[in-house]
Design a protein around this ligand. Structure first.
Ligand code: IPE
Ligand code: IPE
Ligand code: MG
Length: 255
């Protein structure tokens, strides 16, 4: 038996945190307010969590801001969300530049209203050379369609004669996805208690640790974020191996 006494129990912080920001509508309903007020409050939480992520030196943060399925919400709510996104990009550009945060997007962003799309491209361009942290917004995003679109891109390369089916493996497939260079999320947080992925990062979430809190997104703050991170740091990620193998790997890399 391995002696566990000299093994540090607290693991490093995750390199990539992805968050399913859920519960804005319920937050508003509990206060007898229109749903959009929940989204407005949720945008404030986004700012707090981005700042905290940067302070903690976590290099990648992906936020699920709008799913492909969210297009089927009432037009009034969709429009309000698009306006909020535009406002966020406009207000945060200086902050992103000052903190050297690169903004990226995953999803069918061409489907966004032109005004929002242009602002998004402008923000991505202006922050493209920032290297301290990457903030990745999932917008009009769907995990299944990301996989299907990647398969189509690969098939086209094959038909053009540049690649053959045998060239495909888990690594090369990523290069056909939205942000293939970004490491898989180590930790996926979902607020508001729902226990599902809702079409988020289906390929990349294969070995992500999941953290679900009943706290609604507008109430999620730095304290709650630290709680989630500490919970993650106490976990043992085994990737299919046994606990003993993991311990052996830790001790040999430490010595
Ligand atoms: C998450 O909050 C925001 C988006 C999906 C855009 P919801 O709007 O889904 O909030 P609930 O789930 O109705 O409370
Ligand atoms: C998931 O939340 C999408 C985002 C957080 C943007 P939803 O509220 O849309 O998820 P479901 O429909 O309850 O699964
Ligand atoms: Mg929801």
């Amino acid at each position: 038996m391995l002696d566990k006494s000299n093994i540090k129990t607290l693991k490093p912080l995750p390199r990539h945190v992805a968050i399913i920001m859920d519960g804005n509508g319920r937050w508003a309903r509990r206060r007898f307010m229109p749903r959009i007020m929940g989204h407005r409050q949720g945008a404030k939480t986004v700012k707090e969590i981005v700042t905290a992520t940067r302070e903690l030196n976590i290099p990648y943060l992906t936020l699920y801001a709008f799913s492909k399925e969210n297009w089927s919400r009432p037009a009034e709510e969709v429009n309000a969300l698009m306006d909020l996104l535009y406002e966020y990009l406009q207000q945060e550009l200086d902050e992103l530049l000052g903190k050297r945060i690169r903004l990226r997007a995953i999803g069918e962003i061409e489907a966004l209203p032109p005004k929002v799309y242009d602002m998004l491209l402008e923000t991505m361009e202006k922050t493209a050379k920032n290297y301290e942290m990457q903030l990745i917004l999932a917008l009009s995003y769907g995990g299944r369609s990301e996989i299907i679109e990647a398969a189509k891109r690969f098939a086209r390369k094959c038909m053009e004669g540049h690649l053959s089916p045998d060239d495909l493996d888990e690594g090369s497939f990523r290069s056909f996805m939205y942000a293939g260079d970004v490491p898989d999320p180590d930790l996926i947080i979902r607020t508001s208690g729902e226990k599902r992925l809702s079409n988020f990062l289906l390929f990349q979430a294969a070995y992500s640790e999941l953290y679900i809190t009943s706290t609604l997104w507008p109430d999620f703050d730095k304290q709650e974020f630290l709680k989630a991170l500490n919970d993650y740091r106490r976990r043992e990620r085994r990737f299919g191996m046994t606990s003993e193998q993991i311990l052996l790997r830790c001790t040999s890399s430490e010595s």
